[in-house]
Design a protein. Sequence first.
Length: 458
Amino acid sequence: MTGNDSTSAELAEFAAGVRVEDLPRDVVHQAVRCLLDWLGCTLAGSSTDEAAMVRRGIAALDLGDGSRTASIAGTRQRAGAGYAALANGISAHLLDFDDTFNPDRTTIHGSAPLWPAIAAAAELVPVSGATAVAAFVAGFEVQARVAVAAGPGHYDVGWHVTGTVGHIGAAVATSRLLGLSPVQTLAALGTGATQSAGMKVVYGSMGKSLHAGKAAMDGLLSGFLARDGFTSSTEPVEGHRGFLHLFSPDPAPWRATEGLGDTWYLPRDGFKPYACGSLTHPPAQALLELRAQHYLASDAVASVDAYVHDYVKTTTGLTEPRTGLQGKFSIYHVLAAALADGSASVAQFTDERVNDPEVVRLRELIAVHVDEQQSKDSARVVVTLRDGRSFEQHVAHNLGTPDNPMSDRQLDDKYRGLATPVLGEARTGELARRCWELDELDDVTAITSLTVPERAAP
């Protein structure tokens, strides 16, 4: 016991006590799904120019003797465990294709801060698959609960929630992986919380993915510091001048522990079918469905009207993106590219595609309207053709959200499409098989070892 009745102490005690054998099967299964999706996104992200920049920076700074290192997925490069977590967290989020916990007024990319910390730690200390699952669940549930307690104001004022609560989640996950006591876990939680950061002003730039990487790196450090006796506040979440006091204008601390251990947030995590901001997915799906149903050609379209949740305009309302990363946060580019290509995957969000004259022309046809009847996972799209005909499509819950989830097969197909160009078909398949049996593995390095290409330069 922590000897403290605080909200933070309750969260720490819960996290320290998570055991796979006590978890509902759907929670365990969702943790495995999150690992598979994280690996696909991370491996694909590792092949980008941005990820290569990160690895060069790490090589310049990581002056250790080469021992106690961990894998950087998708490459043969190894680095100190903290830097490996940083690189893998950034790669996981670079494509903005990773899982999304998306309740009404906040958003968290839950895996990107957690799995990199778990994977790095598992190369330093023995970790079974069951322990890795317990660590992930502990970190996910605590970070989600802190985000919910922070309320809509935390997101609305401009914090990137993945960066802020991700620090807490990664610290808690590392603590559970190391088998720390509730008192030690509370110390790690506090050390993670005091490092929290992440501004939404960097959306559409490389800076957004840095938040996930730093959360993983700093959370990993927090866990190992706590293991060796490093202390912190006993009320880092709810205390005066603590996380909720500083980061939220409308905190509700009681929500962090409401139903703790009985109500699980992880099964409500979602997976992305499109490589762009989640708020753009409902109208993108509606337009893609219209395009397929009516064999629409882009040169026959006079206008596209999208009726959406208010966050779509405030978060993804960039009208003139110039880079692929900016395009991921431009509802105008997402819809224009979907109309032109019949897809909204990785290829639609390159610098070249964003600046293609035909796509730029199509952006001028897009009108976006705030519709109070739409939620974050719904949208209505009307396409009007040059011959006067119009077609309408409503998406009540876009694919990948909790009310319209991706199947295991769909998720596996997504993973294979992302991982195969990096690892090759055989190793991609073997890695998937190991993931699906995660909670039965004796050693998690059976998975991390397969993230290294058989023949590749760093």
